[in-house]
Design a protein around this ligand. Structure first.
Ligand code: SAM
Length: 241
C-alpha cells in the first residue's frame, strides 16, 4: 500500500538508501502528523521518481527514513515555462501553486513596465512549488526563477521556444493552429500584470516570430485566473493531460 504522506527531499533515493530528516521535516512527521517508527512515507526528490520509505529513526530534532521500493518513475512535465508578473502576495502564491499542479516545468516571475510588485521571496515561492508537488502526487518540482526583467528575458529568448502570448486585446485563438506545427517544440506562456502590458511591451511581443497571440475569452481575467486558463488551454492543445 502507498504511504499517505509524501515528502520532498534533496537526498538521492534508491533501494536501501537512508535519508536523514531535517529538523522541520522531523517536526512535521513526528509532531504534526504523529508518525512513529515503522511508519510509511512516500519520498521524491525531482530526479529519482517516488519511493516508499519506512521511518527507521524518530527523534524531536531529526530522524531517518529508509527507502524500500520505487512506487513511481520520474515523470517530467512538458517543457513549458510560465512567465508572469508578480501581483499581490496571496495571488502570486496561487499562481505558483497552480502552475506546479498543472504541469509547468519552470515558473519565471518577471518585472514589466506595469508590474505591481518589485520584489519577490524566491525561496518562499519555491517552497510553495514543493508543497504543491507533494500534494498533487507529482515527482518533479518546477524551478521558480528569481525576478528578472521581461525585456532581458526576451533579449536572450531561445530561438526554438514558442510563446503563447495572452493578450486581452486579441480576438480568436492562434493556439490550435500553432499546435499543428509546434507541438514538439518547447513553449512558454506569458501573462501580464494587473495593469496589462505597456504598448512598448505589446509591440515587442507581437513582433516576435515565436509569438502566438491568444485570447482567453471576451472578459478581462485577473492575472491569476488568466494563468490557470492559459495553462489549461495549452495542456489541452499540446500537453500531457
Ligand atoms: N490591461 C488590462 C487592464 O488594465 O484593463 C488587464 C490586464 S489582465 C488583469 C492581466 C493579464 O492577464 C493580461 O496582461 C493578459 O496577459 C491576461 N489576460 C486577462 N484576460 C485576458 C483575455 N481575455 N485574453 C487574453 N489574455 C488575458
Amino acid at each position: 500500500m502507498s504511504a499517505k504522506i509524501r515528502l520532498y527531499v534533496e537526498h538521492p533515493l534508491g533501494a536501501g538508501q537512508s535519508i536523514p530528516l531535517e529538523k522541520a521535516q522531523a517536526h512535521y512527521l513526528f509532531g504534526v502528523m504523529r508518525q512513529r517508527l515503522g511508519g510509511a512515507v512516500a519520498l521524491f526528490n525531482g530526479r529519482d521518481g517516488e519511493w516508499q520509505a519506512e521511518i527507521t529513526e524518530a527523534g524531536k530534532r531529526g530522524g531517518t527514513l529508509t527507502c524500500i521500493e520505487q512506487s513511481k518513475p520520474l515523470q517530467m512535465p512538458p517543457d513549458l515555462w510560465l512567465i508572469f508578473a508578480p501581483i499581490k502576495k496571496a495571488r502570486t502564491d496561487f499562481i505558483v501553486e497552480k502552475a506546479a499542479e498543472m504541469g509547468a516545468a519552470r515558473i519565471l516571475p518577471v518585472g514589466t513596465d506595469y508590474t505591481n510588485s518589485e520584489r519577490i521571496r524566491q525561496d518562499r515561492l519555491q517552497a510553495h512549488a514543493v508543497e504543491a508537488a507533494e500534494q498533487c502526487g507529482g515527482t518533479y518540482v518546477p524551478e521558480v526563477g528569481d525576478l528578472q526583467k521581461l525585456s532581458q528575458l526576451l533579449d536572450h529568448w531561445p530561438a526554438e521556444r514558442q510563446l503563447m502570448f495572452c493578450d486581452e486585446a486579441e480576438v480568436g485563438n492562434a493556439l490550435q493552429l500553432a499546435a499543428q506545427s509546434h507541438s514538439a517544440a518547447p513553449w512558454a506562456i506569458v501573462i501580464g500584470p494587473e495593469g496589462g502590458f505597456s504598448d512598448r511591451e505589446r509591440k515587442r511581443l507581437h513582433a516576435m516570430e515565436q509569438a502566438h497571440v491568444v485570447s482567453l475569452g471576451p472578459r478581462i481575467l485577473r492575472a491569476d485566473t488568466a494563468a490557470v486558463a492559459a495553462m489549461t488551454l495549452w495542456q489541452q492543445a499540446m500537453g500531457d493531460w
